[in-house]
Design a protein around this ligand. Structure first.
Ligand SMILES: Nc1ncnc2c1ncn2[C@@H]1O[C@H](COP(=O)(O)OP(=O)(O)OP(=O)(O)O)[C@@H](O)[C@H]1O
Ligand SMILES: O=C(O)C1=C[C@@H](O)[C@@H](O)[C@H](O)C1
Ligand SMILES: [Mg+2]
Length: 174
């Protein structure tokens, strides 16, 4: 399928950017974190606490597999951890044009400072956890990316217009 697929670290802007692209391109928007929490009627944190991370990962994989079969083009924001799971690799590759929203450690730390909804970075050592996870994840996100956009170095509107220009070129040539 030729969905527009947004990946990146927690706080990189997958939801905000995804919603905006969907509006501008007049496409439906799907946020996989949101689909999973709706299915369970629980927050990400509650799913992790009650059922554990492997259960959450299995749900994410179910959702991405369903989206492969979806013939209606969409903008899809993936969960931040989804590209890290080996079993999802083949599905991401089939899904469409992948946009990596790449944030620096400083940008992400600032955006995530007050967030309490990400169980993998909660706690007093949040900054350390962000640094370690980002180091592991950045090369994996980069590997999947058809388009890489730096987030945090320019105003949101500028990011959107640059990204939309790149997407139009990639989609035209695909
Ligand atoms: N380009 C940007 N410039 C400034 N702030 C931004 C930008 N993109 C997103 N933000 C802000 O950063 C925060 C995180 O954005 P968002 O929730 O979209 O990230 P996310 O990648 O979906 O995070 P998560 O993985 O936790 O769902 C929000 O407050 C959002 O408004
Ligand atoms: O980075 C991650 O691994 C996660 C990020 C959130 O979006 C949720 O998908 C969940 O907290 C896992
Ligand atoms: Mg989000």
């Amino acid at each position: 399928m030729n969905h527009i697929v947004i990946i990146g670290f927690m706080g990189s802007g997958k939801t905000r950017v995804g919603k905006r692209l969907a509006k501008d391109f007049d496409l439906p928007f799907i946020d996989i974190d949101r689909v999973v929490t709706r299915k369970m009627n629980l927050s990400v944190k509650d799913i992790f606490d009650k059922f554990g991370e492997p259960f959450y990962r299995a749900l994410e994989t179910t959702v991405i597999k369903e989206l492969i079969k979806d013939q209606e083009q969409k903008v899809i924001s993936l969960g931040s951890g989804l590209p890290m799971q080996e079993q999802n690799e083949k599905y991401i590759k089939q899904l469409g044009t992948v946009v990596y929203l790449k944030g620096s450690y400083e940008t992400l730390k600032e955006r995530l400072e007050n967030s309490k909804s990400n169980p993998l970075i909660d706690g007093d050592d949040k900054a350390d956890k962000i640094k370690k996870l980002l180091k592991q994840r950045d090369p994996v996100y980069a590997k999947f990316a058809d388009i890489e956009m730096i987030t945090g170095d320019k105003p949101f509107e500028e990011l959107i217009s640059q990204l939309e220009e790149k997407l139009q070129t990639v989609i035209k040539n695909s």
